[in-house]
Design a protein around this ligand. Sequence first.
Ligand code: SF4
Ligand code: SF4
Length: 129
Amino acid sequence: MSDSKAAFQCRQCGICCLGRGGVRLSRGEAGLVAAFLKISPADLFTLYLGAGPAPWEIRTGPDNYCLFHQADGRCLIHPVKPGICRDWPFLPGPLKHESAFLEAKAACPGFSKELSWAEFLASAPGGRP
Ligand code: SF4
Ligand code: SF4
């Protein structure tokens, strides 16, 4: 299996948008998100981002979902969502450590059930890192 679509296909279940998982925006990403939402960077901070030790972290709501997660499972800022959301599951952890790959596979139903780590690596955009 070497096709990333066959290896991984998001089911839009929203599991990865649930809980305070440290999803942060970089300064550049925050500018893109503010422009996409047609609000000022200051309003982006007030309405959506964290305070205190992690000012760039996206806050979660009372339902414990990321504030950009919508009822239909879609991401409100999909075209400009942060790199960690955009690149999932091809992130440094699962690409470097089989244990991280297995954890990710157990948590996310988007992985093909029979997918091995070797197949995952081979299906990564750009091929094996
Ligand atoms: S947990 Fe996996 S399948 Fe579900 S929305 Fe997130 S990436 Fe998609
Ligand atoms: S930014 Fe979008 S994709 Fe990322 S956790 Fe929030 S709702 Fe989910």
